[in-house]
Write a protein of this length. Sequence first.
Length: 116
Amino acid sequence: MFVKILKSKLHRARVTETRLHYPGSIAIDSELMEAVGFLPYESVLIADLNNGNRLETYAVPAEAGSRKIVILGAAARLIKPKDIVIILGFGFLTPEEAKDFKPKVAVLDENNNIID
């Protein structure tokens, strides 16, 4: 048996832009992805602190150091620029593995710099 466990989290990321007419996903600064262990095309859950919307999509790398968080595709109807979001990635572990597992979490400031 496996359990679904939080693996990675970018906490309080600020959306820098949205692009409605684009195949759906979220573009994340590749340095931020690396910091918490998100892989290109990994499934992520996005929770919008401004409006309560939650959605699932996949992460694609944006330019390293750009601090961009770009909502792409249909999700742009649910999340707007300047919204604060939590981006969560999950993994499947055995209960034994899960006992000692600690997720990688980065708390971001208003410019998407890691502060914790």
